[in-house]
Design a protein around this ligand. Structure first.
Ligand code: PA5
Ligand code: NI
Length: 199
């Protein structure tokens, strides 16, 4: 065993009005302005942005060395809201090391994980408290909060060297969108999406 092997540690997930971690290394915040081009209704996006650069989601992470044997982990909090009829969501990404997986455990809220792989196959899985979601290697993933008033809070774990590749899915977005239709969430086709052979 190498001499500089890290020491074990413990921390708490604190359940209060907000869910917080008793310790963390990074607090990442993403505002509406960080999501340009992600929501389908670009006019609704611009109208909202002109009013206020709202906070859409936050990540608290326990940073680990970027090596395959480590596990980076933390919580992701997507706040409730919509841009047009599309619910607030994370940017979403492939992992830079494409064949790395991720586990999510839902702590609070309601929503979906929208996923797709480089072949254009898609999957949308529900997230509700106590559900565990496995994102297999090679699947891009995005969290969507479909509640009108509650945060969607998930705990995630992925390999330390995985990294985030936002670029390859940013231009056309995901194959499926999660929007409100007649007061309930609906999974619909993204009109901007093109199959891999047409890109
Ligand atoms: O690695 C993950 O999948 C999560 O930690 C996400 O980074 C987090 O939910 C924020 O999403 P994104 O990185 O797509 O902005
Ligand atoms: Ni990820």
């Amino acid at each position: 065993m190498p001499e500089d092997t890290p020491n074990p540690f413990t921390f708490d997930i604190q359940f209060g009005e907000n869910i917080t971690l008793s310790s963390y290394d990074n607090h990442i915040v993403r505002h509406l302005s960080n999501m340009r081009g992600q929501f389908l209704d670009s006019e609704a996006y611009q109208r909202m942005l002109d009013e206020d650069d709202r906070l859409l989601y936050e990540v608290y992470e326990i940073h680990r060395p970027e090596v395959p044997g480590e596990l980076l982990h933390g919580i992701s909090i997507v706040h409730p809201g919509k841009v047009g009829d599309e619910y607030y969501m994370t940017k979403g990404h492939f992992h830079t090391v494409l064949d790395t997986a991720e586990v999510y455990y839902c702590l609070r809220g309601r929503g979906f994980m929208v996923m797709e792989n480089p072949q254009g196959n898609w999957s949308v899985e529900p997230l509700r408290p106590q559900s565990v979601l496995y994102v297999p290697p090679c699947w891009a993933h995005r969290t969507v909060n479909t509640s009108a008033e509650e945060d969607l809070v998930t705990f995630f774990v992925y390999p330390g060297d995985a990294g985030h590749d936002y670029g390859s899915i940013e231009k056309q977005g995901y194959r499926k969108l999660v929007v409100e239709r007649d007061g309930t969430p609906a999974i619909v086709d993204n009109p901007r999406w093109l199959p891999p052979e047409k890109r």
